[in-house]
Design a protein around this ligand. Sequence first.
Ligand SMILES: Nc1nc2c(ncn2[C@@H]2O[C@H](COP(=O)(O)OP(=O)(O)OP(=O)(O)O)[C@@H](O)[C@H]2O)c(=O)[nH]1
Ligand SMILES: Nc1nc2c(ncn2[C@@H]2O[C@H](COP(=O)(O)OP(=O)(O)OP(=O)(O)O)[C@@H](O)[C@H]2O)c(=O)[nH]1
Ligand SMILES: [Mg+2]
Ligand SMILES: [Mg+2]
Lengths: 278, 290
Amino acid sequence: VSGGRAVDEDLLDDVEELLITADVGVQTTFGMMEPLRRKVARGRIENSQALFQELKGLMLGILRGSAASLKLRPQGPTFILVVGVNGAGKTTTIAKLAHRFKEEEKKVLLVAGDTFRAGAIEQLQIWADRVGVPLIRQAAGSDPGAVVFDGAKAALSRRVDVVIVDTAGRLQTKVNLMEELKKLARILGRQAEGAPHEVLLVLDGTTGQNALSQAKLFSEAVPVTGIVLTKLDGSSKGGTILSIAHQMGLPIKLIGIGERMTDLRDFDPDLFVDALFG
Amino acid sequence: SLSDRLDGVFRKLRGYGKLNEKNIQDAMRQVRLALLEADVHFRVVKDFVKRVQERALGAAITKSLTPGQEVVKVVYAELTDLMGSEHKGLRISSKPPTIVMLAGLQGSGKTTSAGKLAKLFSAQFPLLVACDVYRPAAVDQLKTLGKQLGIQVYDEGTEADPVDIATRAVEHAKAVGHRLVIIDTAGRLAIDEEMMAEVRRIKKRVMPHEILFVADAMSGQDAVNVAKRFNDDLEIDGVILTKMDGDARGGAALSIRAVTGKPIKYIGVGEKLDGLEAFHPTRLADRILG
Ligand SMILES: Nc1nc2c(ncn2[C@@H]2O[C@H](COP(=O)(O)OP(=O)(O)OP(=O)(O)O)[C@@H](O)[C@H]2O)c(=O)[nH]1
Ligand SMILES: Nc1nc2c(ncn2[C@@H]2O[C@H](COP(=O)(O)OP(=O)(O)OP(=O)(O)O)[C@@H](O)[C@H]2O)c(=O)[nH]1
Ligand SMILES: [Mg+2]
Ligand SMILES: [Mg+2]
């Protein structure tokens, strides 16, 4: 779409369509189109290339403040709690993170906090074995709080650098499940000062406007410190991240770009915006 | 909700008497916004609103005392026309076994839905087939579900070719007398040529009676492109829309229906294996319009 086209109503409509079909959402799209349309009306944007530059600038303005990296504490185990709705990519993301930390020669421990879903513990065990890190687990059906407690104890006694806790997927509107999540965070907090130090909310990149509700309700339950946006190797653009950054200012830390343990990248606003424009 | 939005549009009308085209335009804008916020695809919304507008202009809207309600009625009528009016369930073949294949993106809920279908149709002596040889412990997951339900699972571990697994599973089903075969496949991207070729091969070899596209109710705008690709490649027979127990509006259902013409057959309404319901278009209409 970009290039030397004349800036007319058709082009503005095309831009609006581009943003909406990228899941940017109506409110955020209109919020960006408004200043754009005003500039166009005043003749301040001479061609489509300039229009796209302007729009990219707006988007980067929203995103640059939110891009952040996942940092480990200088001392003591960093506790990372991974949360999100069903099927978003939590367990796979944990495998990727474990692999990354292992490559950085950190001592990693994983905790199988999903004791509910069929095959969940086996799935994380296979990943732990592939990456080459230990996994704390109990029998399927046991109390997730008990496993998390065990995991925290092990992390401290083994003096690991980072401990990553997997949790069962849960829809943010399920009050009892969100209460359970709060309980898991409390258990970690009682075992280690300031734990969980990182709470990563895993969002599926193919999700539409519900992502905002997920960000809001998960943040209300636990102190979300970062977002991981997964499945960006597909054709979805993940534009909901703009509304989330704009309305909530949650740090966007990582993206998932595939199913292998190496398919993890730091969130880069420039690359993200370029990809959105295709 | 759409009703509230439309009341907002038409409230200004009191005292102005008859509706004019501008009022209808404003109302249509509200319908458009409501649908976009519900994740209905941009183009699907455009076509849909055009039809609603034509119908609204032709209807009794201009003379009504409650034009907002009239517009809502038109939108409802258009939605149910689009989504279909009755529940379309799985068709059990007169020549058993009925072969069902599930396909869709990663994490959409295929494996869980396979278990749910097996439970729903347990009277058909179903066989679950583990054709996901890629995802760690996917076979274990399906076997665990089978155990929980007391339903047989056919698997060949993770070293065999899914096409061969499916083929041998059907042979096994016939030999043992299963009347329903439910094939779970690996999650895959619609743009992954190799993986799409795999499901095409499974279809060609096994010739399922029903191919169900499993889609997440919270899917965004891209659902339309994904559904189109799965339908082009597989000629799906229907859709299972999962995670409807959340607060996602489910507009992707409209887009998927609009682009494939295929019915939503079931909705997933929970993580447990009894969480599968027949799809009712009026309930989805309520949900999409808030
Ligand atoms: N293409 C792609 N697939 C991914 C990515 N991340 C995860 N997946 C796939 O998505 C599916 C779900 O991933 P999981 O890690 O099991 O998701 P989860 O959030 O732990 O799921 P639950 O525990 O059931 O809630 C799997 O098939 C993964 O391989 C990604 O970045 N790209
Ligand atoms: N709340 C809710 N969760 C669901 C529903 N259907 C599936 N799930 C959950 O969604 C997650 C993913 O389900 P799976 O059945 O593993 O999805 P899948 O499509 O087989 O995933 P891949 O094989 O990795 O592509 C699991 O946590 C399921 O329990 C539903 O209707 N409601
Ligand atoms: Mg998981
Ligand atoms: Mg599966």
